[in-house]
Design a protein around this ligand. Structure first.
Ligand SMILES: N[C@@H]1[C@@H](O)[C@H](O)[C@@H](COP(=O)(O)O)O[C@@H]1O
Length: 224
């Protein structure tokens, strides 16, 4: 899907000096990561900062976002530093403030985003403050249900995550949002045509000066 288009934008930014990439998990960025791993770009002097991680999963847990990122990108293309929130730290205050410090020290040049069916970005579910920092969030039923496919049993799906806030996402210089498939059509319509509202966290992107949407026809099917 849109991996090639996204990759060309990423490559262009790197050639123009981008040093910090904000990265996302989920199925949407996989084709981009495939392009990155098969490219000849050297990321070893770059930094990556991921959006979120499940609370309660160790980095070596196969369902963790740490693991996902290693498997899809970092094992083949190591970065100088790669940051993902520490889901194994039960102290939410410590884990989230440490992550805010990381974001502050590594301002994001280009942020890659997927989108949840309910318009969430990172794990900022509907109702999240549009200017928020990293925090512990409760996942909604719709997100838990969407994530169930990755776990053996629904009861194993984590109920909480540490997520970069929308305020931090909005500070990225540029943003690329990836969305494919009919299940994302309502979220994309609300993001683009709806009001800016906490009911659709991605609608905050309307206030960002440099956002590119890479979406397929199905995801675009409910746009005005
Ligand atoms: N926390 C992630 C999001 O960052 C991602 O955008 C979303 C959509 O995932 P997918 O791309 O698999 O549809 O899933 C999870 O909730």
């Amino acid at each position: 899907m849109g991996g090639k288009e996204a990759f060309n934008l990423v490559k262009h930014d790197i050639e123009n000096g981008a040093k910090v990439l904000g990265l996302a998990t989920g199925s949407s960025p996989i084709t981009l990561y495939n392009e990155m791993t098969s490219s000849d770009i050297d990321f070893s002097n770059m930094t990556s900062v991921n959006l979120d991680e499940y609370v309660g999963l160790q980095a070596d847990n196969e369902q963790s976002y740490h693991y996902f990122m290693k498997e899809h990108l970092f094992n083949k293309k190591p970065f100088k530093n790669s940051y993902v929130p520490d889901g194994s730290n039960p102290d939410a205050e410590a884990a989230t403030s440490a992550y805010d410090k990381i974001i502050e020290d590594n301002p994001i040049d280009l942020q890659i985003l997927g989108i949840g069916r309910n318009g969430h970005i990172g794990f900022n579910e509907p109702g999240s403050p549009l200017d928020g920092k990293t925090r512990k969030v409760s996942l909604t039923e719709s997100t838990i249900e969407a994530n169930t496919r990755f776990f053996e049993d629904e009861k194993d799906v984590p109920r909480f995550a540490y997520s970069m806030g929308i305020g931090s996402i909005m500070k990225a210089k540029k943003i690329i949002l990836l969305a494919y498939g009919e299940a994302k059509a309502d979220a994309i319509a609300a993001t683009v045509d709806g009001p800016v509202t906490e009911d659709c966290p991605a609608s905050a992107l309307q206030n960002h000066p440099d956002v590119t949407l890479i979406i397929d026809e199905a995801a675009a099917s409910k746009l005005k």
